[in-house]
Design a protein around this ligand. Structure first.
Ligand code: PEP
Ligand code: CO
Length: 458
């Protein structure tokens, strides 16, 4: 069934072109001081080979269609914002490892395939609440992510520099290249007990259960490999996709292509671009750019979203109701989800749209400590997730996946978890310039807790 609506007529009257977004109101963009330099750089970007292919993009869309039917579960995660300095083997290796481990725990719990999508290989741009930052009476452009400028508070570092666009593209390509090599080289090896450091679990109430699950998974993998006479990675069991917020539209346009033998535009700078909660305005430039893409796309859905707006977004972004095309990633906060989510689920259900529902339990649960450090509490994250599962059950809709900000390293940015990190621990290893991330222990613990939710619903 194709959808039409007043919203399409009102907001999207003209034919779409790759740059039709330029005639719409746009927010969260950088201001460059040399337009000609920017144009030269964008042109150069359009000549470079893509980071992903349209075949992979279509494959992900099919997987997401399966997620929307409840046949697969989605795990999306990675840094709030990657830094250029994160393009190192140890950082990429540890992020991939934690996502693979989490996905295995989820497969074990849910008894279904897990689609793995990293916030990686291109997650370089951040929305900011203000265009400028003022310290001691000096105002400079806000830091908008390494795609645009640098966090240090000097005029040189904060100047939006077009060279960063090329640097981001190169580093995205290097990152995905290393990921592909790791995955094809047996990286998903779960036999090796060293891959599973469960020392944190000694302090968790369910520690025996966690150890038992890991033993069962290792045994199951060994059994499967013996049965079929091939290793896990040869069975294509470790597919991995990339995603980032499609925020900076000149860059996103420049990495979009009309591939041969395809009948539309693909953003080939990533498999799955999403629209942030601050740039999802109906009639705005981001919606205009995204609606013409063939990729599967996401929209972050915060507490100010109304049911009417959400249905309009579905009409505009997925008028043909293509399965797997559109994901709504709700991020309400543990205190608001019970109030805000049910009416949105009802409205979409009533509209007949097929969407993938995903819970981001991070972005509605950020707070500042008394000493001014941005953090999140593990219990609030878990509470939002558990409520999300229950609310979808009640509505008869399917919570298809989860979206996390996490790192494979031993940072101290989120409080709580089995180790009981406190606000006093935050200074020890706080590395994020933007939002606080789960460390590898907290991420793995959450995977065990989500697996328990999935097991109940098998
Ligand atoms: C993010 O995912 O880092 C982000 C900015 O989220 P949101 O758009 O949901 O605020
Ligand atoms: Co964030």
């Amino acid at each position: 069934m194709a959808f039409s609506s007043k919203a399409i007529e009102e907001y999207m009257p003209a034919d779409w072109t790759i740059d039709s977004w330029r005639s719409k109101p746009v927010s969260q963009q950088a201001e460059y001081d040399d337009e000609a330099e920017l144009e030269r750089t964008l042109k150069q970007l359009t000549t470079l080979p893509p980071i992903v292919t349209s075949w992979e993009v279509e494959k992900l869309k099919n997987h997401l269609a399966a997620v929307s039917r409840g046949e697969c579960f989605l795990l999306q995660g990675g840094d709030c914002s990657e830094k250029f300095t994160d393009c190192r083997s140890s950082s990429i290796d540890s992020k991939l490892k934690i996502l693979l481990k989490m996905s295995l725990v989820l497969i074990h719990g849910g008894g279904k395939q897990v689609v793995r999508v990293g916030r990686i290989a291109g997650q370089y741009a951040k929305p900011r609440s203000s265009n400028t930052e003022t310290i001691d009476g000096v105002s400079l452009p806000s830091y908008r992510g390494d795609l645009i400028n640098r966090p240090q508070f000097t005029p040189e570092d904060r100047r939006p520099d077009p060279k960063n666009l090329l640097e981001a593209y190169s580093r995205s390509a290097m990152t995905i290249n290393f990921i592909r090599s790791l995955l094809s080289g047996g990286f998903g090896d779960v036999h090796n007990p060293q891959v599973w450091d469960l020392s944190f679990a000694d302090q968790a109430t369910r520690s025996d259960q966690y150890a038992q699950i890991v033993r069962e998974m290792s045994g199951a993998v060994r059994f499967l490999e013996t049965m079929v006479g091939r290793r896990l990675e040869e069975l294509g069991a470790t597919e991995f996709y990339t995603s980032h917020e499609g925020l900076h539209l000149p860059y996103e346009q420049a990495v979009s292509e009309l591939p041969p033998l395809r009948d539309g535009w693909y953003n080939l700078g990533t498999h799955f671009p999403w629209i942030g909660d601050r740039t999802r305005a109906l009639g705005g430039a981001h919606i205009e750019y995204f609606r013409g893409l063939k990729n599967p796309i996401g929209v972050k859905v915060g507490p100010t979203m109304t049911p009417g707006e959400l249905v309009d977004l579905a009409n505009i972004l997925n008028p043909d109701n293509e399965p797997g095309r559109l994901m709504f990633i709700h991020r309400m906060g543990e205190k608001r989800i019970a109030d805000k989510l049910p009416v949105l689920l009802e409205a979409i259900k009533k509209s007949g749209h097929s969407v993938v529902w995903c819970s981001d339990p991070m972005h509605g649960n950020t707070y500042k400590t008394d000493s001014g450090i941005k953090t999140r509490h593990f219990d609030a994250i878990l509470s939002e997730l558990e409520q999300a599962f229950a609310i979808h059950d009640e509505a008869g809709t399917i919570l298809g996946g989860v979206h996390f900000e996490l790192t494979g390293e031993d940072v101290t940015e989120v409080v709580g978890g089995a180790r009981g990190l406190s606000e006093d621990d935050l200074h020890r290893a706080y590395e994020s310039d933007v939002d606080p991330r789960l460390n590898h222990e907290q991420a793995l613990e959450l995977a065990f807790l989500i697996a328990a939710q999935l097991r109940k619903r098998r």
